[in-house]
Design a protein around this ligand. Structure first.
Ligand code: ADP
Ligand SMILES: O=P(O)(O)O[C@H]1O[C@H](CO)[C@@H](O[C@H]2O[C@H](CO)[C@@H](O)[C@H](O)[C@H]2O)[C@H](O)[C@H]1O
Length: 486
């Protein structure tokens, strides 16, 4: 085995983006390419490794820098992957300037790298100036710039470049690779090109090709990285909302505006991408995915077994009810994916869809209710995590979240013109399905938060997608809608 692969296998389970929590990876090298670097001591490699121990196997992108001499700065030591048996040291690429510069150069300089089993091509999609100007006009970035890795809990690894002479850029290195275009790149790029203020401008991307015996041509093709305008100094709404809930500050105006922004993005996506009628086959496919996911959740989170029949009853009602036309959507909308940018309003990020869903499903037209449900769940998460951190604020946080959920729906309905009450059962099913997804996600990634979706599932089964507003007189069993949805 390539000694770099052996070192990566040891190191990978400690990385946030490693999807196979609970098992040691069994890595197989699928392909690798080198990027040119000006640093004599460094070799910049990107390895594509398949974890055959995952079910189904997962293909990861692992950029590394091989150096003959050990780096002694504390930053470098933190990002040492391991020693190579043939001599030399292996570093985590996104934390090493040799890699970050090589990646930026690949995109902005539209380079190409090809070697054993893999090819990568950079594409510069132009700053705002190439599209007639927009929210954040910026010049072409240089080929080299100081870079840092975004901290926090991400499924991918994002590198922020801060060139001295031009606007900052954030480049996301996709960790799990899939055959097919990544909606994060295609949806956001199309929205930005259409003039939508609700997404950052695209800067460019890296497209790759690698060996895949599962494809008829023997090759798979997909995106490896996506660079876009970085909106500096703006906290994501998850953090803003947590602070607001903890201090009992109103968030309803923001939530209403967020609902309107999501509706506007949905209206744009309707125009930009093909739509599909909800044929029987399509309805069956989506409802089968709910049931499949519920089966996985019950196997991984056995406490859910007692709710299975009640959840399935909600799914059956939704399946039999009204369905709107399907269209492209965000796919994994939550507060961590949206930024309230001063002077610009709400901006949506990360159109990649749910990382636990197969990519081919994420790339098909879907129901906007999935996004609405995702955001409703996220407000509930604010209440749930506030209750864990500040038990004395638990009740107030639930009222805060209910008010935000109602305001979000009001904003969405007003801007979309859609009568959501006609799709009440569908929204209930999507919210439950999202909570079921979260139950799996938390069990795998953040077990201390597992109670948040489990509690939500109980309460959704009791009261439907929207509890009564805090100031409304609460009926014994609140109707699963609000007046604004009627
Ligand atoms: N264009 C951007 N401008 C400012 N911050 C961003 C931008 N893109 C991403 N971020 C920050 O990075 C975080 C993670 O980005 P995201 O696209 O959700 O990555 P992942 O797919 O790894 O979850 C976001 O929550 C946001 O805080
Ligand atoms: O990393 P991604 O942004 O692609 O999303 C994944 O991770 C999210 C957690 O970081 C997860 O979101 C869940 O936790 C959020 C709070 O951290 C909460 O606001 C969301 O409602 C909840 O679903 C997301 O589901 C997952 O795909």
């Amino acid at each position: 085995m390539d000694s770099a692969v052996a070192a990566i296998a040891e190191w990978m389970p400690r990385q946030r983006w490693f999807g196979g929590k609970g098992h040691a990876p069994a890595l197989r090298l699928i392909g690798a390419f080198d990027l040119p670097t000006a640093e004599e001591d460094a070799r910049v490699r990107t390895l594509l490794v398949m974890d055959d121990a995952a079910e189904p196997p997962i293909l990861y992108q692992v950029p590394v820098v091989e150096r003959a001499v050990r780096q002694h700065s504390p930053a470098a030591s933190d990002h040492l992957i391991g020693r190579l048996s043939e001599g030399g040291f292996l570093y985590d690429g996104p934390h090493d300037r040799a890699y970050t510069d090589a990646l930026l150069d690949l995109i902005v300089g539209e380079g190409r790298a090809a070697s054993a089993g893999a090819v990568a091509s950079g594409r510069y999609s132009g700053g705002e100036e190439d599209r007639g100007g927009g929210a954040a006009a910026s010049a072409r970035p240089p080929l080299s710039a100081p870079a840092t890795v975004l901290g926090g809990e991400q499924s991918n690894t994002s590198i922020i470049y801060r060139p001295a002479e031009s606007a900052p850029v954030i480049c996301k290195v996709f960790r799990q690779l899939h055959h097919g275009d990544n909606p994060d790149v295609t949806l956001q790029t199309a929205l930005a090109a259409s003039g939508s203020p609700h997404v950052p401008a695209s800067v460019g991307d890296v497209h790759g090709e690698w060996d895949d015996v599962g494809q008829p041509t023997g090759r798979a093709r997909g995106h490896l990285a996506f660079a876009q305008e970085f909106l500096p100094g703006v906290e994501d709404a998850w953090r803003v909302a947590l602070t607001a809930a903890a201090t009992d500050s109103a968030f309803t105006d923001e939530a209403r505006a967020l609902g309107a922004a999501v509706a506007e993005v949905h209206l744009s996506l309707r125009e930009l991408f093909p739509r599909e009628q909800p044929s029987e086959e399509l309805v069956d496919r989506i409802t089968a995915a709910w049931s499949r996911r519920l089966g996985i959740a019950v196997a991984e989170v056995p406490e859910l077994g007692a709710q299975r029949a009640a959840i399935e009853a909600v799914y059956a009602r939704a399946q039999a009810g009204a369905w709107p036309e399907l269209q492209r959507i965000h796919g994994d909308l939550h507060l961590g994916q949206v930024l309230l940018v001063p002077g610009r309003g709400w901006v949506l990020l990360d159109f990649e869809g749910e990382p636990l869903r197969p990519m081919h499903e994420r790339c098909r037209p879907d129901l906007p209710a999935r996004d609405v449900a995702g955001m409703l769940r996220s407000f509930d998460y604010v209440a749930g995590s506030t209750a864990i951190a500040l038990p004395e604020r638990a009740e107030a946080a639930v009222a805060w979240a209910d008010a935000a959920r109602h305001a979000f729906i009001d904003g969405y309905v007003a801007a979309s013109g859609l009568d959501l009450s006609a799709y009440r059962d569908l929204l209930a099913a999507f919210e439950l399905d999202k909570a079921v997804y979260e139950a799996i996600y938390e069990a795998r990634n953040r077990p201390t938060w597992a109670a948040i979706p489990l509690h939500a599932i109980m309460s959704l089964l009791e009261s439907g997608p929207l509890r009564a507003s805090p100031d409304a007189s609460a009926p014994d069993r609140p109707e699963p809608s609000t007046p604004s949805m009627a």
